[in-house]
Design a protein around this ligand. Structure first.
Ligand code: ZN
Ligand code: ZN
Length: 818
């Protein structure tokens, strides 16, 4: 009979059909006394089709989910769709296809691909953020935030992409250009916007980062700390000469205030328009736009002198008021005092414009630090000089006393400022969650009552991609009666930033069909926090800060108890091909469908886990995938031809039996350790490959019982990596029940132990030889072996042996002289 060959297509299609027909397969147990494990991969944007670069995230999560099931955990492993957003709208403009239709078709296509890969999702828990049953809870949360004044409205300068015709978050501005249109410079516009007061949570978001230590990558935590960017200091009012206006500056170095030689305003500072002459308008406007376009770290410092002067509240000194392109409206107060002697950035600016430099700090053990002669600012703390009654104080003391004085005399106060800004959530776009408020000429902003949720996004719409919000063109949506006074009113036409959708979706998975609350809090108490979250490092700040913020707000609303959503975070490396990240533009995309057709889902998964440690970038190489396919073929042939071997009486174990069992149990230990620690699945799979090599080498000498035992364990070990083949072989062995519900193979230390100990042989402490001996070999015998060892002879001849040191199973050191 010819040998059975591995036919991935036949096997995978057969099992896919069975798995799809069983909606209960990956359902978590209702028994909540079991230990739980919530493993989650970041939900994808339904762009249409998956390529092998997308698969890695899921292959890692799926291996982990299956392993945890085998270890007896109650596993929650859901999947859903981040289904709102610009691309659907842009596709609608380009192809004249409704965003909903386009999105649903993409979801269907991607779901088919997920299934074809054999990922273990409980699709009953599927969440799609563009469905009213989901986004009504975005609206519900928004109303709760409105009640708590976390959601508020303000006029603000916003980044505007003329191409997208919408507002961009600061995070969506890359090098001054739109994140989707890399060559379109962002402009500034002033609009009424909805904001969420994330700054109210800035301190807690920062402090709680400590709780994530150990479970989150250090690099992500550092990025979050920097993003939040807390600094402590003071705000001080400078008077404006010839006016009642005050300029409030924020400084972390009030101790240097006697060295302030000018005040610099952000170009967008509200006072600017009052101070400048009309002919300076266009110059300032140019600076505002340029500011948005450039990365401030790299921009050359430029200024405009307003012609006006301010008064230092401490010294009474008159200093010029400038406008500077490196001062931002969103940070601190949008105004600074420049102390060129003690701040590098101010030094650069003032040197360029010939503004005086006045040192007021000296190092503890030196003279006054004069920046003009040093050629750079002295930015350290020291002893304060030339500062009236504060002279001779340390910087620290001076800061405390000066702040106290400012407070006492009512021209300043202690202040903490954050780099993080309130989250602008308004979008002048169609394909998003409608913001549930109504604008009434009599009552102002009126929240939509809870019992009128959801505010459904109208489907009958004309999307042109031009101008303001597309919803403004839908009269039946816009024209409403005011819920308060019953008069004619206008519905809000902005929709929410899609980062709102992804800020809490993983809670909804626990109770996705609930139509009376976002979820049942008891379910959250069981499943949260997420035990393992897996996704790209590009989400280190936005998504992962917003969802931490949302969790804290939900806690304060009283519907959850956890402070943090995610216990452990893993960020996988990218998949690259021909040296670059896979992208349509570069033409180096390997589609999931092509890969499955050619190699099979199992091979694709094994290759993606084998070719690199999961946190490192991985190069997709066809030849590498072919190697993994050959490996799976070897496993398949070995198991199928050995399961039928007559299981005769198992007499004495042969030498080959012992060798194979040793290798098997060493492999079990290795794979188990990798799952429990660093997830170096590349070395796990390499170990299984070695085991298979050993099986081929020893096949003819294996006794039947050992062959059967090894086949079983081998299949179980491969279950998390190649689930289709594992299932097929499991069935071939006459076993029932899915592989991922079987107990994980148990490591037997006795069987894994090497039969001999490696003993190093030394002369006067220098390594001269090594021998393998049975464990527990007696001292006397070790001495004899050492003294008669060939490689030891040249170092012993003609010498007098002083003593012999023996450490059983480890070493023999012969001490000689002469
Ligand atoms: Zn754009
Ligand atoms: Zn009204």
């Amino acid at each position: 009979m010819p040998e059975k060959q591995y036919n991935h297509q036949e096997i995978e299609e057969k099992w896919q059909a069975r798995w799809s027909a069983d909606p209960e397969l990956y359902k978590p147990a209702s028994d909540k006394t079991k230990p739980k494990y919530y493993v989650l991969e970041m939900l994808p944007y339904p762009s249409g089709t998956l390529h092998v670069g997308h698969l890695r995230n899921y292959a890692i999560g799926d291996a982990l989910a299956r392993y945890k099931w085998m270890r007896g955990f109650n596993v929650l492993h859901p999947m859903g769709w981040d289904a709102f957003g610009l691309p659907a709208e842009n596709a609608a403009i380009k192809n004249n296809r409704h965003p909903r239709e386009w999105t649903l078709a993409n979801i269907e296509a991607m779901k088919r691909q997920h299934n074809r890969m054999g990922f273990s999702y409980d699709w009953d828990l599927e969440v799609s953020t563009c469905e009213p049953e989901y986004y009504r809870w975005n609206q519900w949360f928004f109303l709760r935030m409105l009640e708590r004044r976390i959601a508020y409205r303000k006029k603000a300068l916003v980044n505007w992409c003329p191409e997208c015709a919408t507002v961009l978050a600061n995070e969506q501005v890359v090098d001054g250009c739109c994140w989707r249109h890399e060559t379109t410079p962002v402009e500034q516009r002033e609009l009424e916007q909805w904001f969420l007061r994330i700054t109210d949570y800035a301190d807690e978001l920062l402090n709680d980062i400590d709780k994530l230590e150990g479970g989150w990558p250090e690099r992500v935590l550092t990025m979050q700390r920097n993003w939040i960017g807390r600094s402590e200091g003071a705000e001080v009012d400078f008077g404006v000469e010839g006016s009642d206006e005050k300029i409030r500056v924020f400084t972390t170095r009030i101790d240097t205030i006697f060295g302030a030689t000018c005040v610099i305003l952000a170009p967008a500072h509200p006072l600017v328009q009052k101070l400048i002459a009309p002919e300076m308008q266009s110059q300032v406007k140019g600076m505002i736009d340029a500011q948005a376009r450039k990365d401030l770290a790299e921009v050359e410092k430029e200024g405009i002198f307003t012609g006006r002067f301010a008064t230092n509240p401490f010294s009474g000194e008159r200093v010029p008021i400038w406008i500077g392109n490196f001062v931002l409206m969103g940070y601190g107060t949008g105004a600074i005092m420049a102390v060129p002697a003690h701040d590098e950035r101010d030094f650069e600016f003032c040197t360029r414009y010939g503004i005086p430099i006045r040192p007021v700090i000296r190092p503890v053990d030196g003279g006054l630090a004069d920046a003009s002669t040093m050629g750079e600012a002295y930015a350290e703390d020291g002893i304060v000089e030339n500062s009236d009654e504060f002279s001779k104080l340390t910087s620290e003391d001076a800061r405390a006393r000066m702040t106290a004085k400012a407070q006492r005399e009512n021209f300043g106060e202690k202040a903490i400022t954050f780099r993080i800004k309130d989250w602008g959530v308004s979008r002048q776009r169609y394909w998003g969650t409608p913001i549930p408020v109504i604008h009434c000429p009599a009552c102002g902003v009126v929240p939509v009552p809870d019992d009128q949720l959801p505010v459904v996004l109208p489907l009958n719409i004309d999307i042109t991609g031009k101008g303001k919000s597309p919803l403004e063109g839908v009269p039946e949506f816009v024209n409403v009666t005011c819920p308060k006074c019953g008069g004619q009113a206008r519905r809000e036409t902005d929709t929410m930033d899609t980062f709102v959708d992804s800020s809490w979706y993983f809670y909804r998975y626990c109770d996705p069909r609930n139509d009376s609350a976002p979820f049942d809090s008891r379910r959250i108490a069981y499943w949260f926090p997420i035990d393992q979250y897996i996704g790209g490092v590009e989400h280190a700040i936005l998504h992962l800060i917003y969802s931490r913020f949302w969790t804290k707000v939900m806690r304060d609303i009283g519907i959850i108890k956890n402070d943090e959503p995610v216990k452990r975070l893993f960020t996988q490396g990218m998949v690259i091909k021909d040296g670059a990240k896979m992208s349509k533009n570069k033409g180096n995309v390997v589609s999931a469908d092509d890969m499955i057709e050619r190699f099979g889902a199992d091979t694709g998964r094994v290759f993606e886990l084998f070719a690199a440690p999961p946190e490192k970038d991985l190069e997709w190489i066809d030849a590498g995938a072919e190697g993994c396919q050959r490996f799976l073929g070897r496993v398949y042939r070995f198991v199928t031809r050995n399961i039928d071997r007559a299981s005769g009486p198992s007499g004495e174990r042969t030498e080959a039996d012992r060798r194979v069992l040793r290798k098997l149990h060493q492999t079990i230990r290795k794979v188990t350790d990798d799952f429990e620690s660093r997830w170096h699945f590349n070395t796990s799979i390499a170990a299984v490959m070695e085991l298979v090599n050993e099986l081929y080498a020893s096949e003819d000498d294996l006794s039947s019982s050992v062959a059967a035992d090894v086949c079983e364990k081998l299949v179980l070990l491969l279950g998390p990596f190649a689930p289709y083949m594992a299932e097929e072989l499991w069935q071939e062995m006459g076993r029932t029940g899915p592989v991922f519900r079987q107990p994980w193979p148990v490591f037997d230390e006795e069987l894994a132990r090497e039969e001999g100990a490696e003993v190093v042989l030394q002369v006067n402490g220098k390594l001269r030889s090594r021998i393998i001996v049975p464990f527990g070999t007696a001292r006397e015998e070790l001495e004899t072996l050492a003294l008669s060892d060939d490689k030891m002879q040249p170092f012993l001849q003609g010498k007098q042996i002083v003593k012999i040191i023996v450490v059983p199973d480890r070493l023999v050191n012969v001490v000689v002289k002469g």
